[in-house]
Design a protein around this ligand. Structure first.
Ligand code: 26Q
Length: 840
C-alpha cells in the first residue's frame, strides 16, 4: 500500500515547483492551443490522423488538465477541513457520456465550441462519438450518477465507490423482432477520464477458514486463514460540480491477481497455470450483472459485492488511520456509508471484521461504530426482488463474515425477544437467516439491522415499506425509517440534453434554474403568454425533429412531427406493463381498421428497453412490440394515423435525445410496484405530459403539476390488493367489446402470421386470474385516459400550456433537492466551498 517515498530530501524543497502551477487558461485560444499540443505531442498524431477518436482524446486531455487543478484543490480543501465524509457504495454507476457534462459543469460550453470551430472541428460530432459508460442496469445506477453530480454541485464531500466493469450493460440488437445481446466493450479504445491509483491497491480475501485463538492478554482473536486473495486496484474519475471549482471523486475498483499466485504456481512448475489463475482473479470485475432473476444466487456476483465493500472500507480505514491513528472513537461522527440497495451490504459485517480482527476493537464498540455509520436505501417493493444468499455459499466464500452475521443475528433476536417476549413467530419472521431447507441470508434485514437509517425512494414506496414489506422492522425501530423521493440532475436532463429549451428558459427567467430548479416555477405565469407559448412550441418541435431523425436512422420508421409522440422507454418488465401499452396500440389499430377514425389524433408510439437475458416473457414482449410495429406500419389502411417503433439499445445517450422530443410520457406500472421511477421526471422536466397510475413518484408529480395537467388512470395500490382475490380477466374481456376484439386479434395470430402461437404465453398471462400485474383490470381506464390525451392534443394551445406547467412544476424533482434532504436528515455534512486560486 502506497509507493515508497524518494529517499533524498530534494522533494520537500522543490514540492511547490512541482505542485503550484499557474492556472490554465479557460478561454477558447488556450483551449485550442492545448488541444493542438495533446493532439501532436501527447497522442503523436499527424496529418493522417483524421479519426474522430483522436479529436475526442485531445479534447478530453485538454479538459482533464483543467479539471485536475480543481480536483487537487478540492481534495486539499476537504483534507484541511477534516470534514465528515460520505461514501456512496453502489454496484452501479450509469454515467453515460462524460464530455458534454464536463464542458457544461466547467462553464466552458461557448469557449470549447469556439475553440473547436477555430480548428475546423464540430463539437457536437466529437461529443457524440463518446461511448456511454453503461455501468448500470437502469434507474438505480442512473440515480447514483445523478447523485454524484448533485453532491459535487452542492460542494458536499461525497466519494462514490463502485466497480470498474470491463463489460457494461449488454448492447441490444434486434433481429427478426427479437433481442440479441452483445458484449459492451466500452473501454476498447481506452478511457481518458480515469486515473489509475495503483498506490492505493487493496488486498481482498476469499475462501479459507475462520479460526479462533487467544492472544497474549487472553482475549479471543479470530483469524481468517488459508484464503485466496485478489487485489483491488482503484481508478479515479473526476466529478466536477456545476461552475463552482469543486471536483469530487468516483473511485472504481478493478480486480487483479496477487503476485504470490503466480509465484506459488511457478514453484509448482506450471507457468501457464499461473496465468490461468490470474484470469480467475480478474474475472471478478469483468462484467456487470443484468438485473435478472435467473442470475440470482450466482457466486461471482457475491464475490463482486464483497470485493466492492471490502476494498472501499479498507480504503476509508487506511485514510482514517493515516490521519487519526487507531483511535476510532470519532469514526462514526466523521464517516457515513450510504448503501445503494442491499448490493453492497456486506459492508456491515466487513466493517465489523476489519475493526475487530485488524484493529483490535471489541464487539460492542465495533457494533456501535458500524451501526452508526451505515445507511441503507431500498429500491424495490417486490418481495421476490429482495436479495438472499445461500448460507452455504456464504460459508464457502466468506466464512469469517458468516460468523459475524450469525453473531449479529443472535444479538438482534435477543432484542426482538425482549421487546415481544414469547413471540417466536416474529423471531422467525425477522431472523437474518431464513430457515428454509436451503437456509438463506436475508440481505435486506442485515442492512436494516446494521444501519441507522432506512429509506425508500418515493412517498408511496416508503409508506408501503413501513406498513407492508418491512413492517416488523418499522414496529421495532419506527424512527429509522424515512423517505427520500428520487430526482434527476437538470444539468444533464435539461441543460445538457435540450439546449434550445434551456436557452428559452434562461432567456425568460435567467440562468439560476441550472443550480436552483425551483426557479422553474417562474415559468408558470408565462404559460398565459401567447408569444411565449409559440416559442415553447417551436422549441418542442426541434426536439421532436431530432427524435424523429433518430427513429428514422435506428428503426427505419418515419415519425411525423405534427403527430402526438407517445413514449415508453425503460427496462422491459411485466410490472411496468409494456403489455398494457401494446393492448392500447392494438385497440387503436382495430379502430382504424373499423373506420372508427372521426376526430382522430395521429399518434407515433415509441417503445424501448432491454430485457434481462434470462427473462423469457420480457423478451417475448419485445418480439410482440416489434411484430405489432411491422403490421401497423405496413398496413396501407393505417396511413399517417398511427406509427409504432421499437428503438434498439435504449441507454443514457438515447434518452438524451428521446426526452426532449416526447409529448406523452407513459408511466403505467401496476400501482404499488414501481418504487419511484426517474424517467417520469426527465420527461416532465422537458415538457412532456404524463399518462400514469398512482404509483411511485407519479403521485408526487401529479400533486406538483395539478390533477388537470396529468392523465391519471387505473386502480390504486389499495384497490389492486383488494381486487386481487376476485380478479376475473376473462369476465372483463367478455364484457368489454373493445378489449374483446383486441384479445381476439392477438389470439387470431394477426401479429404472428409466420410464427403461430408465439404469443400464447403472453395471452395466458393476461387471461390468468393470478396475473400479479392485473393488466386487464386497467385496460378500460387506460383507453379512456388515452382518449382524453388525444382530445387534449388537438387543442395545441392548451397542450402547450400544460407542457409549460409541467416543466414549471418539475423543480422538486432535481437531485439537488433529493441530496439536500439526504444531507439534512441522514448525512449531516457541511458544504465545503473549494479554496484556492483557480477555483472557478
Ligand atoms: C441483484 C442481484 C443480482 C444481480 C443483479 C441484481 C440487481 C441489479 C440491479 C437488482 C436490481 C437492480 C436495479 C434495480 C433498480 O434499478 N430499481 C429501480 O431503482 C430506481 C431508483 O430508485 C427506481 O426509480 C425504480 O422504481 C426501481 O425499479
Amino acid at each position: 500500500m502506497g509507493y515508497p517515498p524518494l529517499r533524498s530530501s530534494v522533494h520537500a524543497l522543490h514540492a511547490p515547483l512541482l505542485t503550484d502551477l499557474p492556472a490554465l487558461g479557460m478561454d477558447a485560444a488556450s483551449i485550442a492551443s492545448d488541444f493542438r499540443h495533446h493532439f501532436a505531442h501527447n497522442l503523436g498524431c499527424d496529418r493522417h490522423c483524421t479519426a474522430v477518436r483522436y479529436y475526442y482524446d485531445s479534447l478530453v486531455l485538454t479538459l482533464r488538465d483543467r479539471i485536475m487543478e480543481r480536483w487537487k484543490n478540492t481534495q486539499y480543501t476537504y483534507e484541511e477541513a477534516d470534514s465528515r465524509s460520505v461514501y456512496y457504495l453502489s454496484m452501479e454507476f450509469l454515467m453515460g457520456r462524460t464530455l458534454g457534462n464536463a464542458v457544461l459543469n466547467l462553464g466552458l460550453v461557448d469557449e470549447v465550441e469556439r475553440a473547436m470551430t477555430s480548428l475546423g472541428l464540430i463539437m457536437e460530432e466529437i461529443a457524440e462519438s463518446e461511448h456511454d459508460a453503461g455501468l448500470g442496469n437502469g434507474g438505480l445506477g442512473r440515480l447514483a450518477a445523478c447523485f454524484l453530480d448533485s453532491c459535487a454541485t452542492l460542494q458536499l464531500p461525497v466519494v462514490g465507490y463502485g466497480i470498474r466493469y470491463v463489460y457494461g450493460m449488454f448492447r441490444q440488437r434486434i433481429e427478426n423482432g427479437r433481442q440479441l445481446e452483445e458484449p459492451d466493450h466500452w473501454m476498447r479504445h481506452g478511457n481518458p477520464w480515469e486515473l489509475k491509483r495503483a498506490e492505493f491497491t487493496q488486498r481482498i480475501r476469499f475462501g479459507g477458514r475462520s479460526e479462533v485463538s487467544r492472544d497474549s492478554s487472553g482475549r479471543l482473536q479470530a483469524h481468517w486463514v488459508d484464503t485466496q486473495d485478489v487485489l483491488a486496484i482503484p481508478y479515479d474519475i473526476p466529478i466536477p460540480g456545476y461552475r463552482n471549482g469543486t471536483v469530487n471523486t468516483l473511485r472504481l475498483w478493478s480486480a487483479a491477481a496477487t503476485d504470490e499466485f503466480d509465484l506459488s504456481e511457478f514453484n509448482a512448475g506450471s507457468y501457464t497455470e499461473s496465468v490461468r489463475e490470474k484470469n480467475v482473479a480478474e474475472h471478478i470485475t469483468m462484467v456487470l450483472y443484468p438485473n435478472d432473476a435467473s442470475e440470482n444466487g450466482k457466486e461471482l456476483r457475491l464475490r463482486q459485492q464483497y470485493f466492492l465493500a471490502s476494498a472501499s472500507l479498507q480504503d476509508v480505514l487506511r485514510q482514517w488511520v493515516h490521519w487519526h491513528g487507531r483511535d476510532f472513537s470519532e469514526f462514526s461522527a466523521k464517516n457515513c456509508f450510504q448503501l445503494n440497495d442491499t448490493h453492497p451490504s456486506c459492508a456491515i459485517p466487513e466493517l465489523m471484521r476489519l475493526l475487530m480482527d485488524e484493529y483490535d476493537v471489541g464487539w460492542e464498540e465495533a457494533w456501535a461504530i458500524t451501526s452508526r455509520s451505515m445507511a441503507y436505501t431500498n429500491h424495490t417493493l417486490l418481495p421476490e426482488a429482495l436479495e438472499r444468499w445461500p448460507v452455504r455459499m456464504f460459508r464457502q466464500l466468506l466464512p469469517r463474515l458468516l460468523d459475524i452475521i450469525f453473531e449479529i443475528n443472535a444479538r438482534f433476536l435477543t432484542e426482538v425477544a425482549q421487546r415481544w417476549p414469547g413471540d417466536i413467530e416474529r423471531q422467525r419472521r425477522m431472523s437474518l437467516i431464513e430457515e428454509t431447507p436451503v437456509p438463506m441470508v436475508r440481505m435486506a434485514y442485515l442492512a436494516i439491522v446494521g444501519s441507522f437509517s432506512v429509506n425508500g425512494v418515493a412517498e408511496l414506496h416508503s409508506r408501503l415499506l413501513a406498513c407492508g414489506l418491512l413492517r416488523d422492522f418499522h414496529d421495532l425501530w419506527p424512527l429509522k425509517f424515512n423517505n427520500k423521493t428520487n430526482g434527476v440532475t437538470q444539468r444533464r436532463w435539461l441543460a445538457g440534453c435540450n439546449p434550445p429549451l434551456a436557452q428559452l428558459i434562461t432567456n425568460a427567467i435567467g440562468e439560476g434554474w441550472v443550480s436552483d430548479l425551483d426557479r422553474l416555477s417562474m415559468l408558470a405565469p408565462l404559460a398565459e403568454n401567447a408569444d411565449f407559448r409559440a416559442r415553447w412550441r417551436a422549441v418542442r418541435r426541434i426536439g421532436k425533429t431530432r427524435l424523429a431523425h433518430l427513429i428514422q436512422t435506428e428503426c427505419r420508421v418515419s415519425f411525423d412531427t405534427s403527430a402526438l409522440f407517445d413514449v415508453q422507454v425503460k427496462r422491459i418488465h411485466e410490472y411496468k406493463r409494456q403489455l398494457l401499452n401494446c393492448l392500447h396500440i392494438i385497440h387503436l389499430y382495430d379502430r382504424i381498421k373499423r373506420g372508427d377514425t372521426s376526430d382522430w389524433t395521429p399518434r407515433c408510439v415509441l417503445l424501448g428497453g432491454k430485457a434481462a437475458p434470462g427473462y423469457r416473457i420480457a423478451k417475448r414482449i419485445i418480439k410482440l412490440v416489434n411484430n405489432i410495429a411491422k403490421v401497423v406500419n405496413g398496413d396501407p389502411d393505417v396511413g399517417g394515423l398511427l406509427r409504432v417503433a421499437f428503438l434498439p439499445d435504449y441507454r443514457v445517450s438515447a434518452m438524451e435525445v428521446i426526452c426532449p422530443g416526447t409529448d406523452l410520457s407513459e408511466q403505467i406500472s401496476t400501482a404499488g410496484k414501481e418504487a419511484s421511477g426517474t424517467g417520469n421526471m426527465k420527461f416532465m422536466m422537458n415538457g412532456a405530459l404524463t399518462i400514469g397510475t398512482l404509483d411511485g413518484a407519479n403521485i408526487e408529480i401529479r400533486a406538483a403539476v395539478g390533477a388537470e395537467n396529468f392523465f391519471l388512470f387505473g386502480l390504486t395500490a389499495e384497490e389492486v390488493e383488494e381486487q386481487r382475490h376476485a380478479y376475473h380477466p376473462d369476465a372483463i374481456i367478455a364484457a368489454d367489446e373493445d378489449l374483446f376484439r383486441v384479445i381476439k386479434l392477438l389470439e387470431s395470430g394477426h401479429f404472428s402470421q409466420f410464427e403461430p402461437g408465439i404469443f400464447q404465453e403472453i395471452i395466458d398471462s393476461l387471461r390468468s386470474p393470478h396475473d400479479p400485474w392485473m393488466t386487464i383490470a386497467d385496460f378500460r381506464a387506460f383507453v379512456n385516459a388515452q382518449r382524453q390525451v388525444a382530445t387534449a392534443y388537438r387543442d395545441q394551445d392548451a397542450w402547450i400550456r400544460m407542457s409549460i406547467y409541467n416543466t414549471a412544476a418539475s423543480g422538486r424533482f432535481s437531485t439537488d433537492r433529493t441530496i439536500a434532504e439526504y444531507n439534512r436528515e441522514i448525512w449531516r455534512l457541511t458544504p465545503i466551498p473549494a479554496q484556492g486560486s483557480n477555483t472557478l
